[in-house]
Design a protein around this ligand. Structure first.
Ligand SMILES: [Zn+2]
Length: 289
């Protein structure tokens, strides 16, 4: 297909651009849970648990008011501990994707250990929600050489883990299988970069200030405006425990209202973006431009 076709991807119903709102519902999982130190740090535990316990419901209500779908990448441990809250994600018509069991860093695990995380997670999703996710966002930033194969074995059809583009693309297929779709995110759309702040452990390490909310919203709007101008796909790395708070949810409301006012945006889950990209652009399934 001509290069110009992918320079300006097609979106459903001739929409100009695509916005796939996505959250990582990490809760208190992560390094401190993996090394056990969180059990001696109850304040840090509650900072994380605020996400599924309190912020998630507020976010789901806001999304229902605006009729915007979202994808939530959920460590399976979070589902085990807040099953009712997590079930509301599906009841609201949103998507749930894999995000480790306790937010393991896949690049530190060998193939068998990665498999064990995926298998245990699949069992938890099946037990509590009667479903198996098809999406995956790698926890803690990166993955290893075995990861794509492990994901394909687990029935994953897309990832939102990498940073290398502002459109979806195909990851290399393993042994002739269907290639995974990658929906890359960017730090500019990670709420940790501007809004996260905590002590013990310190984040940011230098304990700089939380960014101005006006500046944060302006940054996010500009990222959307550029993506929309060029007809691209924008996703987010937002966290309910960071941006689902009473003062900050107004930033998300303003961002979504700005998008609605622009119009001509395909609001989609990551799953539907991946399916669209596969159907339109998979090498074995080309359509004429
Ligand atoms: Zn995460």
């Amino acid at each position: 297909m001509p290069a110009t076709d992918l320079d300006r991807p097609r979106w459903p119903d001739g929409k100009r651009s695509c916005f796939a709102l996505a959250f990582d519902l990490d809760g208190p999982t992560g390094d401190a849970m993996l090394d056990g130190s969180i059990w001696n740090n109850p304040a840090y535990f509650t900072l994380g648990s605020y996400g599924p316990w309190r912020a998630l419901g507020r976010l789901l209500g806001m999304l229902a008011e605006r009729n915007v779908p979202a994808t939530f990448f959920v460590p399976a441990w979070v589902l085990e501990n807040w099953p009712t809250q997590c079930a509301a994600i599906l009841e609201g018509g949103h998507e749930i994707g894999y995000h480790g069991y306790k937010h393991e860093a896949f690049w530190t695990l060998d193939r068998d250990a990665q498999r064990a995380v995926m298998e245990r997670s699949a069992q938890v999703f099946d037990k509590y929600l009667g479903m198996r996710p098809v999406g995956f966002r790698t926890p803690s930033g990166d993955w290893g050489p075995d990861t794509i194969g492990v994901l394909m074995e687990a029935g994953v059809r897309y990832s939102s883990s990498m940073r290398g583009d502002d459109r979806p693309y195909f990851l290399p297929a393993q042994r002739g299988g269907t290639p995974l779709v990658e929906i890359p995110g960017r730090w500019e759309m990670d709420d940790y970069a501007s809004l996260a702040y905590h002590r013990n452990p310190n984040f940011p390490a230098s304990l700089d200030r939380i960014a101005s909310y006006d500046t944060t919203l302006d940054n996010w709007r500009r990222e959307f405006d550029g993506s929309h101008r060029d007809g691209l796909c924008l996703t987010t790395l937002f966290h309910p425990k960071v941006s689902g708070k009473p003062g900050r949810i107004a930033l998300l409301e303003s961002l979504l209202d700005h998008m609605h006012a622009k119009g001509d945006v395909w609001f989609s889950t990551c799953r539907d973006v991946a399916q669209w990209w596969h159907d339109e652009y998979a090498p074995m399934n080309p359509k004429e431009a």
